[in-house]
Design a protein around this ligand. Structure first.
Ligand SMILES: *[C@@H]1O[C@H](CO)[C@@H](O)[C@H](O)[C@H]1NC(C)=O
Ligand SMILES: *[C@@H]1O[C@H](CO)[C@@H](O)[C@H](O)[C@H]1NC(C)=O
Ligand SMILES: *[C@@H]1O[C@H](CO)[C@@H](O)[C@H](O)[C@H]1NC(C)=O
Ligand SMILES: *[C@@H]1O[C@H](CO)[C@@H](O)[C@H](O)[C@H]1NC(C)=O
Ligand SMILES: *[C@@H]1O[C@H](CO)[C@@H](O)[C@H](O)[C@H]1NC(C)=O
Length: 316
């Protein structure tokens, strides 16, 4: 889940990330008239682990979207205005307070809060975090939610770190030995969406994030379901050759047996059958989309973003 949505992650083949490539002048006048009914909704993008909201790759992405579907006001979610603190917050922090902060930021944002709705694109862990935003706050309301390589059903293993990445190595050490301690659950981000099907009791007892937003505990929060059911579409993209997210099928809410590797599809699980989150009703209405991108984690080209923008972010 590292190096995603960065220049290297997104557009390495396209060489579109250097500052010199970006247009020196804005492509559209800065003072736009008030959006007409047919203009594109604003887009909010939540980046992934190890990335920051000012990354060149994200800026390049914004250009591609503007070029493909016309002017689109894009807001990059951040936990901190300082880029390096924002990156650090992808590893460290309590997701309850992080999501709360994003709710407050969006609700008080002059452009976003006045829009009739927004669209949302989440990269990797940003996918399930945006879903949490919809479930818990949804003001401004999200029309179309698109997630790329998300971990909607959690991860059952933590990734290996490069030998010189001390930050990664430090948190992974804590994670592996102390996943369910309140110290780890309140501070280390990936632990808050860790979910081992062989040890569901610990998960249900101690998970600070995923067990709640997936409505897996005995008491269900009906607001979560009502809010997700308001989506016009929920598109989940899984990378066919993803070896970073374990298991990659988590991006489709599937559960994978950690010993037999048997995959239980969302439709065969209680979360769907008993419709804890509204996924079944979205599916029945043709609003839940299961999509595949051939490639490794967050390896996609401009054509993919163009297709996604045309299908989900262009004003109809
Ligand atoms: C994309 O369009 C929006 C809305 O007009 C504008 O604010 C933004 O600067 C544009 N971004 C790029 C990179 O062209
Ligand atoms: C359900 O979620 C909403 C939105 O986050 C919250 O306001 C409410 O208190 C929650 N209800 C329960 C019973 O936890
Ligand atoms: C995370 O923050 C919330 C809100 O402040 C708090 O209720 C919760 O206990 C914290 N989680 C942990 C595991 O400490
Ligand atoms: C996973 O598969 C093994 C072997 O088939 C089985 O014994 C175990 O109960 C399964 N675990 C879960 C959580 O279903
Ligand atoms: C990537 O996944 C696709 C679809 O599952 C498969 O056909 C292809 O062989 C895989 N490519 C690599 C390099 O593993």
């Amino acid at each position: 889940m590292l190096n995603i949505a960065t220049c290297i992650g997104i557009f390495s083949l396209l060489q579109r990330c250097s500052a010199s490539w970006l247009p020196q002048q804005p492509l559209w006048p800065v003072a736009l008239p008030k959006p007409a009914a047919t203009s594109n909704l604003p887009l909010i993008i939540w980046h992934g682990l190890g990335d920051n909201y000012q990354a060149d790759g994200l800026r390049a992405l914004e250009s591609v979207i503007n070029e493909t579907i016309g002017p689109t006001y894009t807001y990059f979610v951040r936990i901190d205005e300082d880029a390096s603190a924002d990156r650090q917050a992808t590893f460290l922090g309590n997701l309850t307070t992080q999501v709360e902060k994003v709710c407050e930021d969006l609700a008080s944002h002059p452009t976003l809060s006045n829009a009739p709705a927004v669209n949302a694109l989440g990269f990797s862990q940003g996918g399930q975090f945006l879903r949490a935003y919809v479930e818990r706050c949804n003001s401004p309301k999200v029309a179309n939610l698109v997630t790329f390589g998300g971990q909607h059903n959690g991860i059952s293993d933590f990734q290996n770190c490069a030998s010189d990445d001390w930050l990664c190595r430090t948190w992974t050490g804590y994670l592996k030995s102390n996943t369910w301690s309140s110290f780890v659950q309140s501070r280390l981000v990936p632990a808050q969406y860790f979910r081992d099907p062989e040890d569901l009791d610990s998960y249900l007892d101690y998970s600070n994030f995923l067990a709640d937003i997936n409505n897996e505990r005995e008491v269900k929060n009906s607001t979560y379901k009502e809010n997700l059911e308001k989506l016009e579409s929920f598109a989940m993209y899984v990378f066919a050759n993803d070896t970073t997210v374990v298991p990659k099928e988590s991006g489709w809410f599937a559960e994978v047996n950690t010993t037999s590797t048997e995959v239980t599809k969302l439709q065969d699980r209680p979360i769907y059958k008993e419709d804890w989150l509204g996924l079944k009703s979205l599916d029945k209405d043709g609003k839940l989309h299961f999509r595949t991108i051939v490639g490794g984690h967050m390896q996609f080209g401009e054509d993919t973003i163009e297709d996604v923008a045309k299908e989900y972010f262009k004003a109809k």
